[in-house]
Design a protein around this ligand. Structure first.
Ligand code: THU
Length: 141
């Protein structure tokens, strides 16, 4: 699905802003995300690490769980930015666990994943492109 350039730019701005709330004392890798619901609301998320390591949550899942926890079940797009010590040197693509969470709530052909290195350029992938043959709710119907 085509996305309006102005909307994408606004999402990039919000995701970058969210990086400042990242709590990443162990990896130093700061991530910010913003999720767009089907009805046009934005939910932000940052990664939050933990001294026990495994309780760490990624920025993307943080945004999803905030939104789902407030009643949203349908989503259009997510924008993700990240980098070591907050320096954006390349794309930060969602980890496998986050892709699986996206699969739970998003149409793989329609859901857009916006990646940018913060240099003004960006690339949009569908969830299907990043998680081909994904296992999801339809498989259990
Ligand atoms: N991380 C994210 O928040 N999202 C990603 O897409 C990749 C990884 C976080 C988890 C951890 O806090 C740090 O980045 C290093 O893996």
């Amino acid at each position: 699905m085509q996305m309006d350039k102005k909307l994408v730019e606004e999402m990039i701005r919000m995701a970058k802003n969210q990086m400042k709330y990242s709590y990443a004392p162990y990896s130093g890798f700061k991530v910010g995300a913003v999720l767009l619901t089907d009805d046009g609301e934005f939910y932000t998320g940052c990664n939050i690490e933990n001294a026990a390591y495994t309780p760490t949550i990624c920025a993307e899942r943080n945004a999803f769980f905030k939104a789902v926890g407030e009643g949203h079940r349908k989503f259009r797009a997510i924008c993700i930015v990240g980098g070591k010590d907050g320096a954006m040197t390349g794309y930060t693509a969602p980890c496998g666990v986050c892709r699986q969470v996206m699969m739970e709530f998003c149409d793989p052909d329609m859901f857009n994943i916006i990646l940018t290195a913060g240099d003004g350029s960006y690339k949009i992938y569908t969830l299907k492109e990043l998680l081909p043959l994904g296992f999801g709710p339809d498989d259990l119907r």
